[in-house]
Design a protein around this ligand. Structure first.
Ligand SMILES: [Zn+2]
Length: 291
């Protein structure tokens, strides 16, 4: 059920990605009691982040993170190795009533920053800041790809019940930038394909799959569809990582923690997994930190 397909048009310089999330959406959000608009936001962010990650040849980690002054203080989605996904949001707990049904991205996040970060396997990092002009996350991202990456891009994400379906279309860079005639033709084809994409709804209608969707949208186009990639919710937390976090605490902090309790529990914010430490664990970790 949680799958992604890449596709490309045989007779047009356009590629695309189609995604469906169900279990991943549920699992990634099961740890917290998010209101529906936040669930929708995280689902949309996970779908987009995963499509963007699969639009890159390497296997980067892609993180889409919004931080702002609105009722949603933080919204984070991550895709690693093209298929491992997780997400988290922090809602203003003092004013939960501020998150109401059908709020747009900008209304939820408020004034703030939206960053798209790419971590490559050679440890280099690229970060782009997405301008927040629109209330619609997808329009902001389309503008980002157009202005920052010079890539005409269209994005769509729809939900039906607990199933989320998304699609990305992108015009490929011209093979020969100097050939004006070819560029004009490419643009014309892009206009046809992207207009149909924006005007025809029903990505999720009646459980429609990728083949039916593309057939309905582009009955006269030949489209090559790649095999499905299976997606899953996966958290990178571990006891070792929690240990590393505890190593950063001072002697006084550790001592006061163990003065109150024999076992200290560290919970992962993403998945809810808990790791327990006793005084002995911490002594062996950082002998200089605790007497
Ligand atoms: Zn975790």
């Amino acid at each position: 059920m949680d799958i992604l397909h890449k596709f490309h048009f045989i007779d047009a310089p356009v590629r695309g990605i189609w995604i469906r999330l169900h279990r991943v959406w549920k699992d990634a959000c099961s740890n917290r009691d998010y209101p529906q608009p936040v669930l929708d936001l995280l689902g949309q962010m996970m779908a987009v982040t995963t499509m963007v990650a699969n639009n890159v040849k390497e296997e980067p980690s892609i993180i889409l993170q919004a931080v702002g002054s609105g009722p949603v203080k933080l919204a984070f989605a991550e895709c690693r190795e093209h298929r491992l996904i997780r997400s988290i949001a922090r809602v203003d707990e003092e004013n939960p009533e501020l998150v109401y049904e059908k709020q747009g991205f900008r209304e939820l996040v408020g004034d703030g920053q939206l960053a798209l970060t790419m971590l490559l396997t050679n440890n280099s990092t690229y970060q782009g800041l997405v301008s927040l002009e629109s209330n619609d996350l997808l329009i902001n991202l389309e503008n980002y790809f157009k202005t920052s990456e010079q890539l005409a891009t269209r994005l769509k994400v729809e939900s039906e019940g607990d199933v989320l379906t998304g699609c990305l279309l992108q015009l490929l860079p011209p093979q020969n930038v100097d050939d004006e005639e070819v560029r004009e033709l490419d643009q014309l084809r892009w206009n046809q394909i992207s207009t149909a994409f924006k005007t025809v709804d029903g990505l999720t209608a009646h459980g429609r799959g990728v083949k039916e969707y593309l057939q309905k949208l582009y009955p006269n186009e030949t489209i090559y569809l790649d095999d499905a990639i299976d997606l899953s919710f996966h958290c990178t937390c571990s006891k070792e990582r929690s240990e590393n976090a505890m190593r950063t605490l001072s002697h006084a902090e550790l001592e006061s923690m163990f003065a109150e309790q024999e076992l200290v529990t560290v919970s992962c914010e993403f998945c809810g997994e808990t790791y327990e430490f006793d005084k002995f664990d911490v002594e062996s970790l950082a002998p200089s930190n605790l007497n």
